[in-house]
Design a protein around this ligand. Structure first.
Ligand code: TYD
Length: 398
């Protein structure tokens, strides 16, 4: 599926090669039918937007067996409780609140038993079911103009629309913004947080680039895109989640005061060349250096007879493993807590995914931390491994 955003031209500047679906953990009998696409990224200077040039369809990525649950991390549960607290200032008694991509309800559950009328949109059936079990009203479908048209009570009447790690997943950004426009009240606010381009460039965390992340946003790109729809940034709040994210707070032009941090961050982004192709060219060079360093490090460990495993079968790991061509000759297994992933194989490189017990029983010498963004939580849990001279490695600085 080709990317179509606002009909702007995109300059392709880098390819990560042939890539499978990042969350497409699979059984052995499906190896022969595995779907691959070319993971090429481009940059539109007109709207300062980094985007994939090609990607699988949303239905291929977000289906009834989607193996990601927001609530799988204790840290993220606390993060969403704080997020919920911080947006209450935009709500009043009986306000309507919609979450796009509500997953298992980790965010919306914070509004149960309040006087807020909540509604989640979640296309993946298994996670939507979890939310429904918690009593959260959930539409098991994609958020789009078509799918909101029946929501009479919410049209022009929703004070807050929220999202996290979801807007960058939706290929038709124009349709998303038009749907938001139809739902929001006059002073309504649209808030979402996504992996941040500035952090990805700074850390060379290229594993943020995979099929689901069709866009990697910056404040500059968001300002330019929403300007076309008469919205403006009123606030920006940097987040530490997912290795560095940005929370964008938007309102209709002229309806709300603008926090001075907006100008400061936009100015900083200009200095970092996030508005133009120069930063992309540097990023490309850094990715190639990172790939060579990682391969060198892993080959060196193997030559010393070290046993290496992967820790956490994240979507992000699919890009690292396939771009650097790291398979079972280097990594014996990847341990993970998600029941839908255990017993399957990693997309593309087909490394077995096993339960955490395997990690404790096998006692590898080295663990490649694929969930490097959860390192505090994981290092805390795995003190035994570290104290017994277990070595943590990653392609980013830990
Ligand atoms: P995350 O970085 O949120 O993944 P993604 O790259 O897919 O967005 O990490 C979630 C995955 O990591 C999920 O498969 C569960 C796994 N995980 C563990 O196995 N143990 C842990 O302690 C944590 C925090 C995550």
């Amino acid at each position: 599926m080709k990317c179509k955003i606002l009909k702007t031209e995109i300059n392709s500047f880098m390819s990560f090669g042939k890539m499978p679906i990042a969350n497409g953990f699979l059984k052995e009998e499906n190896f022969d039918n595995e779907f691959f696409f070319n993971l090429d990224i481009g940059f539109s200077e007109k709207i300062s937007l980094l985007q994939l040039n090609d990607h699988p369809t949303p239905e291929q990525m977000f289906n009834k067996n989607y193996p990601f649950y927001t609530g799988s991390s204790e840290f993220m549960k606390a993060h969403f409780a704080n997020y919920a607290d911080s947006v209450k200032k935009y709500l009043k008694t009986n306000s309507r609140l919609i979450e796009i991509g509500s997953n298992d309800g980790t965010f919306l559950k914070n509004f149960i038993n309040s006087n807020i009328n909540i509604l989640g949109f979640e296309p993946t059936e298994n996670t939507a079911l979890e939310a429904k079990k918690r009593g959260i009203k959930t539409i098991n479908n994609f958020f789009s103009q078509k799918n909101i048209s029946d929501l009479k009570d919410f049209l022009n009447n929703t004070d807050l629309i929220c999202g996290a790690n979801v807007i960058c997943h939706i290929p038709d950004l124009t349709d998303t913004i038009k749907a938001v426009d139809k739902l929001l009240s006059k002073k309504g606010v649209f808030i979402f947080e996504e992996p941040y381009l500035g952090s990805m460039f700074k850390k060379t965390s290229y594993d943020q680039i995979y099929d689901e992340h069709i866009f990697i946003f910056s404040a500059t790109s968001i300002q330019k895109i929403f300007n076309l729809f008469d919205f403006e940034l009123i606030d920006l709040i940097p987040q530490i989640t997912h290795g560095g994210s940005m929370r964008y707070i938007l309102a209709r032009k002229g309806q709300r005061n603008i926090n001075s941090i907006v100008k400061k961050i936009l100015d900083d982004e200009k200095k970092m060349n996030l508005d133009n192709l120069q930063s992309c060219i540097n990023f490309k060079k850094n990715c190639e250096i990172s790939k060579n360093n990682l391969k060198g490090k892993i080959e060196n460990l193997k030559s010393k007879g070290k046993r290496i495993c992967g820790y956490a079968a994240t979507s992000k790991s699919t890009t690292v493993l396939n771009y650097c061509k790291i398979g079972t000759e280097f990594i014996e297994f990847i341990c993970d807590t998600t029941k839908e992933k255990i017993g399957k194989y990693s997309p593309g490189m087909h490394i077995p995914i096993v339960s955490m017990n395997h990690f404790y029983e096998q006692k590898p010498d080295v663990a490649f931390l694929f969930a490097w963004n959860h390192k505090e939580e994981i290092f805390n849990k795995e003190k035994n491994f570290t104290e017994n001279k277990g070595e943590w490695i990653s392609h980013v600085k830990l």
